[in-house]
Design a protein around this ligand. Structure first.
Ligand code: PMP
Length: 330
C-alpha cells in the first residue's frame, strides 16, 4: 500500500522544473524549485515541521501548548497543519499588508489570527513583532517558534532543501537564487551547497528594492514575505555572494508572466526571485545551471497581483504587447 500516515510526511522533496519561455535568449539553464508542492502550499512547511519537532524534544512545547508567532501567512499554514496533527492551538500575528485570502486560509485551518499595522516601526507596541512578544508572555503555556531567531529555520533548509537540490541536479548546479525574508532559506540551503561543492556554487539573494539586505532602509514595498527593515539572526551575512534588488513592478510583471507563459501560478516573491535569476543567467555561460526557489503558489494573491485594477492602481500594469516582450526585465 502507498499510504502516507500524515501530511507532515509529505513536506519537502519538491520538484525542479525547467523554465522555457521567460528564459528565451538566455544562455544558461534556469530551473525552478517549486515549493507550492508542499502540503501547506509553501516552502515554510519545512521550517514548521523542524521547529515544532525540536521544541517538543527540548521540552519547550508540551501537550496543551499554544504556538504564538508573527507570520506573513505561509509559516502559519505550515505550523497550523503540524500543530493540528499534534493537538496544539495556534495564535498568529500578521501585518495588515498581507492578502485577506491568506488570513482566511489560516483561520480555515483552525488558527486564531491577530492583524497589526505595517506602517509602524518594529519597536512600536502595535507592531506585529511587539504584539506577538506580548501574547507569548501573557498566554499560558505559550511557545513562540520565532522564525527570525530559531536556528531550526535555516537548519531545516540545510538538512532538506540543500541536499535535495544537490541530488536533483547531480551536483551540476552552479548558482542558487532565492528571495530573503527571515533569510532561513538562503542561509541554510546556501551553506549546504557551498560546503558540498567546496565553495563552487554561487549564492545570490533577491531582495525587494528598499529592504535592508540590498542596502535600503526598510522603506515599504508591496511584495510579501521577503525583505526586512531589521537584520534577523536567521540571516547568515557570510553566505550570499551577491544580493540583487528588484522593484515591485518588475516582481509582479514577472509573476504574471510565470502564470501565463510557464503555467506556474506563483506568488510575488517568486516573480522577484526569477527576475534576479534571469539577471544572473544573462551573464552566465551555457554550461551553467541556475536553480531559483519559488516559495509559494499564486492563489493567495488573486485579488492583488492577478487583479488588473489593483495592478493599474499602483501603475504596475503595462500594455499587453509590452508584457510579451521576451527578456524585457534583463
Ligand atoms: N517568499 C514568501 C512568500 C515567504 O512567505 C517567505 C518567508 N518569509 C519568503 C519568500 C522568504 O523565505 P525566508 O524567510 O526563508 O528567507
Amino acid at each position: 500500500m502507498r499510504v502516507y500516515d500524515s501530511l507532515v510526511d509529505l513536506m519537502g522533496n519538491t520538484p525542479l522544473v525547467r523554465l522555457h519561455k521567460v528564459t528565451a535568449g538566455v544562455p544558461a539553464q534556469v530551473v525552478a524549485k517549486v515549493e507550492y508542492f508542499n502540503p501547506g502550499g509553501s516552502v515554510k512547511d519545512r521550517i514548521a515541521a523542524r521547529m515544532i519537532e525540536a521544541a517538543e524534544a527540548s521540552g519547550e512545547l508540551r501537550p496543551g501548548g499554544v504556538i504564538v508567532e508573527p507570520t506573513s501567512g505561509n509559516t502559519g499554514v505550515g505550523l497550523a497543519i503540524v500543530a493540528q496533527q499534534k493537538g496544539y492551538r495556534c495564535l498568529f500575528v500578521v501585518p495588515d499588508k498581507v492578502a485577506q485570502d491568506k488570513i482566511s486560509v489560516l483561520r480555515a485551518y483552525g488558527a486564531e489570527v491577530v492583524v497589526c499595522p505595517t506602517a509602524v516601526s518594529p519597536d512600536h507596541p502595535d507592531s506585529y513583532y511587539s504584539v506577538s512578544d506580548r501574547l507569548a508572555r501573557e498566554v499560558p503555556n505559550a511557545w513562540k517558534p520565532n522564525q527570525y531567531t530559531n536556528v531550526n529555520n535555516p537548519d531545516s533548509h540545510y538538512h532538506s532543501t540543500g541536499p535535495e537540490i544537490w541530488e536533483q541536479t547531480d551536483g551540476r548546479i552552479t548558482h542558487f537564487v532565492a528571495g530573503i525574508g527571515t533569510g532561513g532559506t538562503i542561509s541554510g540551503t546556501g551553506r549546504y551547497l557551498k560546503e558540498v561543492s567546496d565553495g563552487r556554487v554561487k549564492i545570490i539573494g533577491a531582495d525587494p528594492e528598499g529592504s535592508v539586505y540590498s542596502g535600503g532602509s526598510g522603506r515599504p514595498y508591496l511584495v510579501e514575505g521577503v525583505g526586512e527593515d531589521i537584520w534577523p539572526a536567521t540571516y547568515d551575512t557570510k553566505i550570499c555572494d551577491e544580493v540583487i534588488a528588484v522593484t515591485d513592478k518588475e516582481s509582479f510583471t514577472m509573476t504574471r508572466r510565470l502564470a501565463r507563459e510557464e503555467g506556474l501560478l506563483v506568488g510575488g516573491s517568486c516573480g522577484m526571485a526569477v527576475v534576479a535569476a534571469l539577471r544572473v543567467a544573462a551573464t552566465a555561460g551555457p554550461d551553467d545551471m541556475i536553480v531559483v526557489l519559488l516559495p509559494d503558489g499564486g492563489r493567495g494573491y488573486l485579488s492583488k497581483i492577478f487583479n488588473d485594477d489593483w495592478m493599474a492602481d499602483y501603475g504596475f500594469l503595462r500594455a499587453p504587447s509590452e508584457e510579451a516582450v521576451v527578456g524585457d526585465v534583463l
